[in-house]
Ligand binder design. Sequence first.
Ligand code: AKG
Length: 291
Amino acid sequence: MNHLTTGEPKDIASTTRPIPYPDELYRFDTVANSISGSFSAVTDTDIQYFHQHGYLVIEDAFTPDEVQDAIDGMVHLMDGKNPDFRAIQFEPKLAKLKDEMDTDGRRDAIRKIFNYVDYEPRLNAMAAHSGLLGVLERIMDDKPALFQDMALVKPPRHGSEKPWHQDCAYFNLEHGTTVVGVWIALDEATPENGCMHIIPGSHNEGPMIHFKRRDWQICDTHVPIARDTMVPLPPGGCLFWHGLTHHGSPVNHSSQRRRALQLHYKPASSEDISTQERMDIYGSEGKEVDC
Ligand SMILES: O=C(O)CCC(=O)C(=O)O
C-alpha cells in the first residue's frame, strides 16, 4: 500500500491546541442532496452529478453489519489490542489525561487514527468494498488506488474543528488528477456533532492558496461561505468528494460520538509531483498574498 507522505501534516490541529474560529464560518441551513439504494443504485446521472457539483452522497452505502464490523475494528485498534498499531492521536485538550481515563473515556479522547488498513482486516474490508471501488472506478474512469486512510473521530464535547481546505493541497499529485475522498459515517453525523460541510461546485474553481493558520487551510475570508452545504449522514452513509472541493467540519459541541472513516483514492495511472511543485500551486510563501 502506498501511503503518500507530503510536506504538510494532514491535520495540524491534532498536534497543537485548537484555536477558536468565527461562528459565521459554518452555516447550518442547507443540506446536501443525496441518493439511497446503496452503491448499486448509482446511475450515470449520479456520476455526472459528482463531476458537476464535486460531491455525491449515498445515504445507505454500507449495511448495519458492515458498520458494526468497522466499529469493532476501530475500537480494537483504539484499545491497543494490536500492539503493532501506534497511529493514534489524542485530542490536544485531553491528551494529558489519557492515562487516568477508563476505557470509554480513553476512546472518547482520541481525535484521529490513521494508516489502519494494513492492521485491521475489518477496516480494510471497508476500503476494499467492491461496491465502493466500482463507484470510484466510474468516477475516475480508471482503477482507483487507495493512498491514504485515516479517521478524524471528533470526540464528544471536545472534537475540534477541521478548517476549510482542499485535499489536493496536501497531496503530491499532478494538478488535474481526479483525487476522490470518501467519508463513511459509523455514528450518525449531525450538525451538532460536527458533520462535514462542503462548498458544492468549488472543485471547478481551481486550486486555492493555503495558509498555516489554525491548520493548513484556506483563509477564512476566501471561503464562499454563502454556499456552505452540510452533509449530515446516518451510520453507513457515505460522502464522495473531489480533491479540489472546499470542505471542513466545525467543533463537536455535543455529547454524541462522531466516528467516521476517511479514505483517499487516486487513479492508478496518476503521476506524483514533488512537494515544491505542489507548494508552487497551493503554498502562500513568496506570493505576496495575505490572509
Ligand atoms: O472528518 C472531518 O471532520 C474532516 C476530515 C477532512 O476534511 C480531512 O481530513 O480532509
